[in-house]
Design a protein around this ligand. Structure first.
Ligand code: GLN
Length: 382
């Protein structure tokens, strides 16, 4: 096990990060010693590393932090978004030598080591991020220890690792058993939430609004969804390529058929896109962080929002589309690059966003979307 003292870190084993295009960064082992593979992506969040590490949507991704200092507040038991760290690897520049926070129980270095997550520190993460912005997200390996193979052998192994495009991963991270998150205060509604890799804060944001949330496995059928007698149906965030999510797309289409109020976040937005007949595609390097400007096209208002997506929906920005479920339009757009960030149906109560209104971590500008879901269920009941 490694510790976070200066002395221990200078003794940490050497580590090397090898990108599939042959670019190499050297540093020191951070967290577990060993090797790992994944898709190299970067996050621009300056805070919220615990939420990032435990977000199941990061499954099979090696996350590069652009913030130069990571681990400053250590690790607490309150902030995780799921029961474990999901990132495949972690890349930081300068780890905190003396973490300090009243809630801290352990150092981040210890937590990564305890959970067997291989990381690397001492990397010029800004140079690495610029590289990924120019060349795009790509496969990567991190190798640490006193003896690792030569660079050419490591590169060959990276090139054998699986690609993110075409990866079907929800069932690997989602709950195997259904469970209930009770409403906080008086129960007003029941929601069936299809778990494709759900973050803990999402049902909590619903529970705060009087919703009893029945979280169902990724493989839930239409019968499973309606067995809980839901006022609304929710489709969560999750890892992998939405082009592989045929099962959830079919379930969502059945929900749209019945006109039950529907809300989706991130992967859930991509599934709504597919359910309506739009395509999805891989972004060059994706959106990850907690400071992305999104415009709500209905009100014109701009929100600062939390993102974690590598794919996006291909829907026209400039017109209302006719779909098998009535008229649909792009409700939200990212102002950095005009990527589709939300969809809404005009003839029935269904909408979704590509970003993260649950805001864990991130700004709370988009919390109104949970209220909008409640309004749809209220209108349906009335
Ligand atoms: N956070 C998410 O739901 C991510 C969705 C999808 N895996 C993507 O990368 O775009």
């Amino acid at each position: 096990m490694t510790t976070s003292t200066r002395g221990a870190r200078t003794q940490a084993a050497p580590a090397v990060l090898v990108l599939e295009d042959g670019r190499i960064f050297r540093g020191r082992s951070y967290g577990a010693v060993g090797e790992t593979f994944g898709e190299a992506v970067f996050s621009t969040g300056m805070t919220g590393y615990q939420e990032t590490l435990t977000d199941p949507s990061y499954h099979r991704q090696v996350v590069v932090m652009t913030a130069p200092h990571v681990g400053n507040t250590g690790v607490n038991d309150e902030d995780p978004e799921s029961g474990q760290i999901w990132v495949a690897g972690y890349v930081v520049r300068d780890p905190a030598r003396v973490p300090s926070n009243w809630r801290a129980k352990r150092t981040l270095d210890e937590e990564l080591a305890n959970q067997g997550v291989v990381g690397i520190s001492g990397v010029d993460t800004r140079a690495l991020t610029r590289h990924l912005r120019e060349r795009g997200a790509m496969r990567v390996g991190i190798f640490s220890g006193e003896k690792v193979a030569d660079d050419a052998a490591l590169l060959a192994r990276v090139k054998e690792a699986p690609q993110m495009k075409g990866a079907n991963l929800s069932a690997e991270v989602a709950t195997k058993e259904a469970y209930v998150v009770p409403a906080i205060g008086t129960k007003k509604f029941t929601v069936a939430a299809v778990d494709l890799g759900i973050k803990g804060m999402t049902p909590h944001r619903m529970a705060e609004r009087g919703i009893e949330v029945h979280v169902l496995p990724a493989t839930a059928t239409v019968e499973d969804v309606y067995a809980v007698n839901p006022d609304g149906v929710f489709f969560s965030n999750g890892p992998g390529d939405p082009a592989t999510a045929d099962g959830p797309v079919a379930v969502m289409q059945a929900v749209l058929e019945r006109r039950t109020p529907l809300f989706g976040i991130c992967f859930g937005n991509q599934i709504l896109g597919r359910a309506l007949g739009f395509g999805t595609y891989k972004l060059k390097y994706g959106h990850r962080g907690i400071n992305q400007p999104v415009q709500d096209r209905t009100t014109g208002k701009v929100e600062v929002t939390a993102h974690n997506h590598g794919f996006a929906v291909d829907a026209p920005l400039d017109k209302v589309s006719d779909t098998p479920f009535g008229r649909a339009e792009v409700s939200h757009v990212c102002l950095n690059d005009q990527v589709v960030e939300g969809l809404q149906l005009l003839d029935q109560p269904a909408f979704s966003v590509q970003y993260h209104p649950e805001a864990a971590a991130g700004p709370h500008d988009a919390a109104y979307l949970f209220d909008r879901f409640v309004s749809l269920m209220e209108a349906e009941r009335a």
